[in-house]
Ligand binder design. Structure first.
Ligand code: SF4
Ligand code: SF4
Length: 360
């Protein structure tokens, strides 16, 4: 029996740490008291507080998955050339804060010398936020970080300059369903065929009710195959999402022929100027072509070139497309409008997005 006089156990988990312990002293002193800010050059922000304090932030791109030597190098740069305080942005950029403007240029020089480009602010293509399932997840269909490397080799100059009409946020995802994000341009895996079931293994490996419950469109049913308990798929309903593969590896959906890459455009999280939007399909069926995914880079470059040439100042990619119309978008980017752009799925009254029937 519990002794009610005992104090409750403190939770072991730590959750999100208190951010103030890591913040630059000028940030702490002026918390909630900032007056205005400007961008001094690509990659450098200047904030001024109501009390007149200055804080300069220098932003540099990193490769996100870093070995300990690289992290130490970044920290050494922070100790030697900045004031010893750094933060990472959600897009894996590292930011150094300094209160003295005279430190900004030597810091930029040190980062550039060490191979970290300074940029990612304002109308630039910031670092790509990407999933990294190839390292740790159970369902990736490609190496999203490899796609990022292929893309950023080409977009390097767009990171270090601010020549786009507005900020461009790109995301990549290594499966079709889970932790990818909305983006001005989103590069996602696309499975083009329903899973193939290895009936000999299902009975030994999988909990069939768990697999049946996992399908968002109720396309999986228990079945007896050759006298053994197994599963069957209603292929007309299946949307090839890949959700059944993690709890049931014998339902293999990955293959060289059926794992492709799709590019979506016009997504936006913020509600600045216009409401947040989901991205929409621009190109389907690109080859999943490691190690550099040149077909993906070519399409992203076409979209960015058209956006840069035609969008009005401060229009995001989605706002630009809505203004000119989707048919003009396909003309300007020289991309084909195909049957894959038409939602022909008949399993729901309107579209699958109308259903909250998702089991996880
Ligand atoms: S995108 Fe999919 S495969 Fe990649 S890490 Fe997220 S859940 Fe895993
Ligand atoms: S979970 Fe996804 S891939 Fe599997 S059967 Fe259902 S719709 Fe198809």
């Amino acid at each position: 029996m519990n002794d009610m006089s005992e104090k409750p156990r403190m939770p072991d988990e730590v959750g999100v740490p208190d951010p103030f312990q890591y913040m630059h002293p000028t940030s702490i002193e002026n918390y909630g008291n900032w007056d205005w800010h400007e961008r001094k050059r690509p990659g450098v922000l200047h904030h001024v507080s109501k009390s007149g304090d200055d804080l300069f932030t220098v932003r540099a791109g990193t490769q996100r998955q870093m070995d300990v030597y690289t992290i130490r190098k970044l920290c050494d740069i922070g100790d030697e050339f900045a004031d010893g305080h750094v933060r990472f942005t959600t897009r894996s950029n590292i930011e150094y804060m300094v209160s003295d403007e005279a430190k900004v240029q030597p810091l930029i020089d040190a980062l550039t010398e060490a191979g970290f480009p300074v940029g990612g602010t304002g109308g630039s293509v910031s670092m790509i936020s990407h999933t990294q399932g190839w390292l740790h997840c159970d369902i990736p269909g490609t190496d999203a970080s490899g796609v990022v490397k292929g893309l950023m080799d080409d977009l390097y100059k767009d990171f270090t300059t601010e020549l786009m009409p507005n900020r461009v946020r790109i995301t990549t995802s290594c499966c079709q369903i889970n932790c990818g994000g909305q983006g001005d341009i989103a590069v996602n895996v696309q499975y083009t065929k329903p899973p193939k079931i290895n009936h000999d293994l299902v009975g030994n490996v999988c909990e069939r009710p768990a697999v049946v419950a996992r399908c968002p469109v109720a396309a999986i049913r228990p079945a007896m195959v050759n006298g053994k308990p197994s599963l069957e798929i209603d292929e007309k309903k299946c949307v090839c999402c890949g959700a059944c593969y993690p709890p049931c590896p014998p339902m293999q959906i990955n293959s060289a022929e059926s794992t492709k890459i799709a590019i979506w455009v016009g997504g936006k999280h913020s509600n600045a100027r216009s409401k947040p939007t989901f991205h929409k399909l621009a190109v389907a069926n690109l080859p999943n072509n490691p190690p550099h995914w040149p077909e993906v880079t070519e399409v992203v470059r076409k979209i960015l070139d058209a956006y840069k040439a035609d969008a009005k100042h401060w229009e995001r990619v989605g706002e630009w497309i809505e203004r000119i119309g989707w048919s003009r978008f396909f003309e300007m980017t020289d991309l084909a409008f195909t049957k894959h752009h038409i939602d022909t799925w008949t399993g729901s009254r309107k579209t699958m997005n109308a259903s909250a029937h998702v089991h996880f």
